[in-house]
Design a protein around this ligand. Structure first.
Ligand code: OTU
Length: 649
């Protein structure tokens, strides 16, 4: 019955669209895909907005946007859509290796980035997440996440023509382009917010605005502070509008109201706009926050998932080759839901940030032990088959210690004391810690705190260079490589962070800027010093040692099909608290066993263990990274300090 209703509506919509669309040829794929997805699109839209009297009008507008953007989609991208539909697990391959970078910090602007693509290619990077580039206010921009115009590029960084040139140059090099769509909020200077401020009710409905504190007070009872130091509370009074606006993040970032279908349709149109510029992957920012409900934390609500499912289904019709990354820095049990639930293929986002692994790796660095890492990974739910992780060590944000208290307890620690230890260790407050992080987002109410700092400075390289301590320099380099050896072999797309490939240290200059001073994340958003980067050609330098080793590691990863992410990873428990051991097995490819030692001294593992991991010929085993046999003494596999193996037979 319901199916018939939705079918009748589809026909009605298509008839209404006809005069405009009938002139267009090649709508065949659009119609086929719309037919295949309409039932789902209609049900989701109905679940979200079915109560409204203008439901059918909004539904028609939704299909109109899909059709118009399909017509606008360039032919070469339509061809790519078809190729990817046919090879729909293409992104699970081990050949993808990503890097996130700011185009200005990395190369001045978009033109500069295009000129530096060869550097990335040389390292082996073939997926680039270009951090936010859209028009935003010059100062109150949250590093580009407070967007003023979703269709305009920040003039300081470039133009739409530059992005087109960049994307076509990347396409020729077989590199994927990733850009952000900031779904949850706009800058308070966005045209919608300006109209809302001037009293336009239509646009006030785009946000959560209230004339008195009644609703804000109720919401704030359960909404956590995201930026407790810079922007406590979740609402901001606007003098001009004489209303409160919901601002989960900074007070100049107004939360969009997705209970209004007009907001959904506008944002979908923006997704298509960027898909049509040749972007391969869209990073959907802060997806956990998309639905607000009184009495909840306003994160991970069921409706937030429905919105993402609807976006995905609509994208399947108009630009099916485009993938979504879920940026959901949430509990391990929540994060896998952003791939989609109850579905064999991902029905929300194909890719998600693996913040769990990231935080656990930092625990292993600080404790030199792998017990919580192992425990946390055990608790990470299985994901869907057509879905994959972005595995990273550092990114432009802070390190949140978001692991589960239960896992901390199971690992033998007290949650409060252990988190305090990690914060103190990573901010260098112990004598034996060489880490140079800074606290971020300290919350006096909850005692919670996160950590900022560059990878190199966090693992002690900054300290070691200052102290002119060669052994400590060696150790820091080894630790950087160890961490990459894990993200490159875990299963999923490794995402390096720009500068880490040459050991870029903390950048303290942000303290000079009045607008950055209070946000310690700027500590690790560097401007690349290309004179230093050139030292990568000079043997013996830190830059050379890191760059050449990572380049080699990336090249080898690409040659090991077992690293493709077909959910074949198995965590292996061994009798040594410093080791992380896991294997990948796949039906038609050989097996690989990864062994990582987080301790600063050499460790051993029973070589017999390799038997049960599926590598029976112990003496025929080779480390794929060095190409040599690993050291085995008295039937013990020897793993050097901060060493790792990628063992194959
Ligand atoms: C994201 O952050 C971005 O990565 C941040 O750079 C932005 O400031 C923020 O959104 C607002 O646009 O929303 O789902 O430090 O990890 O805010 C998680 C906390 C997010 C970030 C968190 C994150």
């Amino acid at each position: 019955m319901y199916e018939q209703v939705s079918h009748a509506l589809l026909n009605e919509i298509l008839v209404a669209l006809k005069p405009d669309i009938i002139k267009q040829r090649n709508m065949r794929y659009f119609y086929t895909r719309l037919g295949a997805n309409f039932y789902s699109i209609h049900s989701l839209f109905h679940r979200l907005y079915g109560e409204r009297s203008d439901f059918n009008v909004q539904m028609r507008r939704l299909v109109e946007v899909m059709a118009k953007q399909y017509i606008a989609r360039p032919a070469h991208l339509k061809k790519l859509d078809q190729e990817r539909e046919q090879n729909h697990t293409w992104f699970l391959s081990q050949k993808w290796v990503g890097m996130a970078l700011y185009s200005d910090g990395f190369a001045g602007d978009l033109k500069g980035l295009k000129n530096r693509l060869h550097y990335l290619q040389d390292l082996g990077i073939n997926m680039v997440h270009v951090m936010p580039i859209l028009d935003c206010p010059p100062n109150e921009s949250d590093g580009g996440y407070a967007v003023r115009d979703f269709r305009k590029i920040d003039e300081r960084i470039g133009s739409l023509a530059d992005i087109k040139a960049l994307s076509s140059s990347m396409r020729k090099r077989d590199m994927l382009l990733t850009l952000d769509v900031v779904l949850n909020h706009t800058s308070d200077e966005h045209a919608w917010a300006k109209k809302a401020r001037q009293g336009d009710k239509t646009f006030q409905d785009f946000y959560y605005v209230y004339e008195n504190r009644e609703m804000p007070d109720i919401f704030e009872e359960t909404m956590p502070d995201i930026f407790p130091e810079n922007a406590p509370g979740s609402f901001t009074w606007n003098e001009e509008m004489q209303h409160w606006a919901m601002t989960s993040f900074n007070n100049y970032q107004w939360d969009l109201n997705y209970s209004n279908p007009a907001v959904f349709i506008e944002m979908l149109d923006i997704i298509f706009f960027w898909a049509n510029q040749g972007v391969d992957i869209l990073r959907l920012d802060a997806v956990a926050f998309l639905w607000k409900k009184i009495g909840t934390s306003c994160q991970n609500e069921r409706e937030a998932h429905l919105i993402l499912q609807l976006m995905k289904d609509c994208c399947q019709v108009t630009a099916p080759g485009v993938l979504f990354i879920a940026e959901a820095i949430v509990a391990p049990t929540e994060v896998t839901k952003y791939f989609g639930e109850d579905a064999i293929v991902a029905k929300e986002c194909e890719i998600a940030y693996n913040a769990t692994l990231m935080a656990l790796l930092w625990d292993a660095v600080a404790t030199k032990k792998s017990n919580l890492l192992n425990q946390g990974l055990k608790s990470l739910p299985q994901k869907l088959e057509r879905a994959t992780w972005l595995n990273y060590i550092r990114c432009h944000d802070d390190i949140g210690l978001g692991f589960d208290d239960k896992d901390i307890i199971k690992s033998g620690y007290d949650p409060i004391k252990h988190r305090r230890f990690l914060l103190n260790y990573l901010t260098g407050q112990f004598d034996d810690s060489m880490a140079r992080g800074k606290p971020f987002g300290q919350n006096k109410k909850t005692g919670d705190a996160r950590i900022a700092g560059s990878l190199a400075s966090l693992v002690g390289l900054e300290y070691a260079i200052e102290a002119d301590d060669d052994a400590a320099i060696d150790q820091s380099i080894q630790c950087i490589l160890l961490l990459h050896a894990v993200t490159l072999s875990f299963g999923g797309i490794p995402l390096l962070y720009y500068g880490d490939e040459i050991g870029t240290l903390n950048d303290y200059s942000y303290a000079d800027s009045e607008y950055k001073r209070s946000d310690s994340r700027w500590l690790h958003r560097p401007n690349i010093d290309w004179n230093k980067a050139d030292l990568r050609h000079q043997s013996g330098t830190v830059e050379y040692r890191l760059f050449t080793a990572l380049k080699k590691m990336i090249a080898i990863r690409k040659e090991i099909p077992a690293f493709a992410d077909y959910n074949g990873r198995e965590l292996i428990e061994v009798d040594n608290p410093h080791l992380l051991v896991f294997s990948h097995h796949q039906q038609f490819s050989f097996k690989v066993v990864v062994v990582a030692n987080f301790d600063s001294s050499e460790q051993q593992m029973d070589a017999d263990d390799l038997h049960r991991m599926g590598l029976p010929q112990i003496h025929a085993v080779k480390d794929a990274y060095t190409g040599e046999s690993p050291t085995i003494v008295n039937e013990q596999l020897i793993i050097p300090a901060y060493g790792f193996y990628w063992l194959i037979e």
